[in-house]
Write a protein that binds this ligand. Structure first.
Ligand code: UD1
Length: 335
């Protein structure tokens, strides 16, 4: 049985990926310092899978403790999620963001060299493309200077990993996610935003639940059909499955180059207004909303050309927007 280290394995995308790994009979070791997750997610993972991943409450910045994890476990592959991810906060706390996202990554890469781990999946973001000149966005689109410190940590992370892969016997896949949404069909795990949500879907579900008075739709004067901004919303379980495809490709030496990059999206753009309408239809309820000015740093439109992932990873997003939004609401109800 292959042993996979998942950093940030109790977080939103991490926990869904751990479930998929366990269901496909990988052994899982989680490193998560609970900085943006809860310990009870571990029990939920056990409940869904009837399996028990090992968990270390280790901060990746603590190199000594991280080494211990590798001493105690012979790791075959790594999926690296653990990172701070709030765009606005990253502008206020640049030092903390660079320290956490970059030092954490460097410590982990040191361990891959010391303990000879050759397969590494990195959680990146479509934020590296900024407002692309052409849509849909392919992996060859030029990277733009990121708008936020958070975005820079993703771009620097990609570069650091690529440099390591170009000098050593090390294979990596960089996965650029579009907008992950929804929750596990069991409604036992899902997104747990800290405080007031920044992302659209948790704000919508909290508004529907009466926790927030009203959703602000940021901007209705974009050059789009209904004036609201367009994104590519991808179901978190579909996204999780792509990690297993990528990992398996690396473990089986099926990769064609030691650095591969894949966009993970549906290929379809939806406007904010369409998302709100779809949420109302899917769950048969109304969401209080108003139009508000554009949010600083937002782009007009981003959606993926996900054909490379389909060709090479044999992966594609399967879940409709409405189905995603049903799972998001079912999860919110349990909270
Ligand atoms: C954001 C980050 C991106 C990150 C991603 C992770 C920014 C600028 N970008 O993407 O770097 O990788 O989250 O999930 O923050 N919206 C509203 N009202 C709200 C919240 C959002 O209208 O209360 C709109 C936004 O203006 C945007 C769309 O909904 O048009 C999606 O927003 P969000 O979920 O925050 O994702 P992104 O901004 O695309």
């Amino acid at each position: 049985m292959r042993k996979i280290l998942v950093t940030g394995g109790l977080g939103y995308i991490g926990s869904h990926t751990v479930v998929e790994l366990l269901e496909q009979n990988f052994e899982v070791v989680i490193v998560d310092d609970l900085s943006n997750s809860k310990q009870w997610i571990l029990d939920r993972i056990k409940k869904i899978t009837n399996k028990e991943p090992k968990w270390y409450n280790v901060d990746l910045k603590n190199s000594e403790n991280l080494n211990l994890v590798f001493e105690e476990n012979k790791i075959d592959g790594i999926i690296h999620f653990a990172a701070y991810k709030a765009v606005g906060e990253s502008q206020q706390k640049p030092v903390e963001y660079y320290e956490n996202n970059i030092i954490g990554l460097l410590n982990l890469l040191k361990c891959t060299q010391k303990y000879d781990v050759k397969s590494f999946i990195f959680s990146s973001s479509c934020t590296v493309y900024g407002q692309a000149d052409e849509l849909p966005i392919t992996e060859n689109a030029p990277l733009k200077k990121p708008e936020s410190v958070y975005g820079k940590t993703k771009q620097f992370g990609e570069e650091i990993i690529s440099d390591v892969a170009s000098i050593s016997n090390f294979n990596t896949i960089l996965l650029r996610y579009f907008n992950p949404i929804g929750a596990h069909p069991s409604a036992l795990i899902g997104e747990l935003p800290l405080g007031i949500p920044n992302n659209l879907i948790p704000f919508v579900t909290q508004t529907a639940a009466g926790i927030r008075k009203e959703l602000s739709i940021f901007g209705n004067d974009y050059p789009t059909l209904d004036g609201t901004a367009i994104r590519d919303y991808i179901y978190v379980v579909d996204l999780a499955k792509a990690h297993i495809k990528g990992l398996t490709r690396l473990l089986n030496n099926e990769n064609s180059s030691n650095i591969e990059i894949y966009n993970l999206g549906t290929g379809k753009g939806s406007s904010v207004k369409e998302v709100v309408d779809a949420f109302e239809n899917a769950n048969n309820l109304k969401v209080n909303y108003k139009y508000a000015p554009r949010r600083e740093g937002d782009i007009t439109s981003a959606y993926a050309d996900a054909s490379l992932a389909k060709e090479q990873l044999n992966w594609e997003a399967k879940t409709s927007l409405e189905e995603c939004l049903r799972t998001a609401w079912n999860w919110q109800k349990t909270l």
